[in-house]
Design a protein around this ligand. Structure first.
Ligand code: ATP
Ligand code: MG
Ligand code: MG
Length: 569
């Protein structure tokens, strides 16, 4: 039962289908392969793939690889893996670089139409000529070159005759425009570097604003969804699409048709929505790269990173991230989403889907004195309290158990309802025990000895006798030692990225408590699980068997999220 999602973008799409403007919807997700995907990208993925799915259309995965200096095939592979992991299936896999020849032909057309020129100003001069918000720009002295001269120079740019940065191809639009993006923006720059997809084939590379809209048009994208920063670029987006006129000039697609590609160009419409911002984290790729390179975290998939790889390793499920995206919704309002919304989506997803197990992360020995030394039983516990279809598992029980150290207090504060000297508590699934003796080493309690009331055991005459507390346990003889990785939020302030506001910057706000490894004990059924299986360790939190390091013989569990929000003020 998929939820019916309502937002302004879906309304536009619905109207466009109803009015017959489009017979089919085509969207795309266009990452630049210059880093790993993060939770912000998940919002865009859920929107683009979601709209295509909901309206029976298609969504392409397109690598926006027009800036070879920062791009890497490692990122390309990771991005594909992440998109699939989230559960999305792209229609076509494309690269902006697949269209380099078409972009070039389109640029020649612009030159021939007299709306593009080769400019010899340096980057610095271009900036100076461009003007400011309050001051109109000045025309480049090269603005009125003839078509023939421009064509000759542009072809020689492509042929590699000129040095990096010595010339650009620029659109001839309006140096006095109130929108600075329209003051003769660059279309091509010279960069004699190899490209991860096209190798040495090119030494001129198209600018983002030019390549993006044409890629959309080439692929027949109907709705090009992007974040709000691009609102001011929309007039330029439309200008390029209209000036090139791919729909009226399908011959420009010849280099692609020659490769056997079937393409139906369309006039795409850019629609902007607000990007996802979350407190207690940083999301810009530059800062994420710095966290990795400066070793503040253990790599891209460190379970504290907001990357999809990190979230996955932390134990976030694809369905929890989709649930989060649904709850955040789509709007044009910039806002800061509370980190707890992300955590709550995971809790809600895991509460419904994760099986329950028992684990003790700070063990204290408990001896049931009135059971014989060799006593051993196999009990059956439900895997999920609300879902009988998840079945049962076997849980061994014996005379010596591990309990959580914090579930016993020798000198309890008022209101402590767990085990105390002389007091009673219920052992989960067993019955009521009374603390009769302590074994201590100096001040430290080493063992708690209890007596089990046999009448309170399942099937006994006093099973419904009430005590205030119930605690979990694992059988000491059967428990499997496990490495428990207790992760928490990476930053300990809501806005770690405070450099621009005079703060010390995100590096200074790393939460030293965000990673703590302990050795605990888990019941056998928890240890024998596949990597990436999520579980609730009862009363302790939600955990996942580490994707890389967990082995049944050497279990490693990451805390995904605590059972309750401990950050709420
Ligand atoms: P960064 O600023 O981190 O480098 P980017 O926007 O340059 O991010 P791209 O790889 O170009 O990263 O992003 C691919 C798509 O994901 C784009 O359509 C972009 O708008 C979208 N996207 C990126 N970050 C967010 C975010 N925080 N919220 C929503 N969408 C996002
Ligand atoms: Mg980008
Ligand atoms: Mg970027």
């Amino acid at each position: 039962n998929a939820p019916v999602r309502q937002d302004f973008i879906r309304n536009i799409v619905r109207d466009d289908l109803q009015s017959g403007k489009h017979a089919e919807i085509h969207t795309r997700f266009p990452p630049e392969p210059n880093g790993y995907l993060h939770i912000g990208h998940a919002k865009s993925l859920c929107l683009n793939f979601g709209v295509a799915e909901e309206f029976g259309g298609t969504c392409n995965l397109r690598f926006d690889d027009t800036n070879p200096a920062k791009e890497d095939p490692e990122y390309v592979e990771a991005i594909k893996e992440d998109v699939r992991w989230l559960g999305f299936d792209w229609h076509e896999l494309r690269h902006a670089s697949d269209y380099f020849e078409v972009f070039y032909l389109c640029a020649e057309k612009l030159v021939q139409d007299g709306v593009a020129y080769v400019c010899d100003l340096s980057a610095e001069e271009v900036r100076a000529y461009r003007g400011t918000l309050t001051e109109p720009g000045r025309p480049s002295p090269f603005r009125d070159r003839s078509v023939a001269e421009n064509l000759d120079l542009f072809r020689r740019m492509r042929a590699g005759e000129f040095a990096d940065g010595s010339r650009t191809l620029r659109a001839k639009i309006d140096m006095a425009s109130g929108n600075i993006n329209l003051r003769d923006p660059a279309i091509y720059r010279i960069k004699k570097i190899a490209h991860q997809n096209t190798g040495d084939a090119w030494c001129i590379y198209p600018m983002y604003d030019y390549a993006h809209c044409l890629s959309d048009a080439i692929e027949g994208i109907t709705h090009s969804l992007c974040t709000l920063e691009f609102e001011d670029h929309r007039p330029l987006y439309d200008w390029f699409v209209d000036q090139v006129g791919l729909t009226a000039n399908p011959q420009l697609l010849a280099p692609l048709s020659a490769q056997g590609w079937h393409l139906e160009a369309a006039k795409p419409r850019q629609i902007e929505f607000s990007r996802l911002n979350i407190n207690y984290t940083v999301m810009s790729k530059r800062k994420l790269i710095a966290l990795v390179q400066e070793k503040h975290v253990d790599g891209w998939d460190d379970p504290r990173m907001p990357t999809l790889q990190g979230l996955r390793r932390r134990g976030y499920t694809p369905s929890s991230l989709r649930l989060f995206a649904d709850r955040v919704g789509i709007s044009k309002q910039n806002s800061l989403t509370d980190f707890s919304l992300l955590e709550q989506a995971l809790r809600d997803d895991l509460d419904a889907h994760a099986e329950r197990r028992m684990a003790v992360i700070d063990p204290l020995k408990l001896v049931v004195r009135n059971l014989p030394e060799q006593h051993e039983e196999t009990l059956r516990f439900a895997n999920h309290p609300k879902d009988p279809s998840r079945g049962e598992r076997e849980v061994p029980f014996s005379r010596e158990l591990w309990i959580e150290r914090e579930d016993f207090m020798e000198v309890p504060p008022k209101g402590f309802h767990r085990l105390v000297p002389g007091g009673e508590v219920r052992l989960r699934g067993i019955g009521i025990v009374r603390c009769v003796e302590l074994v201590k080493d100096g001040d430290r309690v080493m063992e708690v000895h209890v007596e089990l009331d046999p009448d309170t055991r399942p099937g006994g005459s006093a099973t419904d006798r009430k005590v205030k507390g119930t605690i979990h346990w694992v059988s000491a003889r059967h428990a499997v030692p496990a490495e428990i990785r207790l992760y928490d939020r990476l930053f300990n302030v809501p806005t770690p990225d405070d450099e621009d506001d005079g703060g010390p910057g995100y590096r200074a706000h790393i939460n030293p408590e965000s990673k703590r490894f302990v050795t605990g004990f888990v019941e056998p059924a928890a240890a024998h699980c596949p990597n990436e299986l999520n579980m609730q360790f009862e009363r302790v939190g939600y955990f996942v068997a580490d994707r890389r390091d967990h082995q049944p013989a050497h279990p490693v569990f990451n805390r995904c999220v605590s059972l309750r929000d401990t950050w709420a003020k």
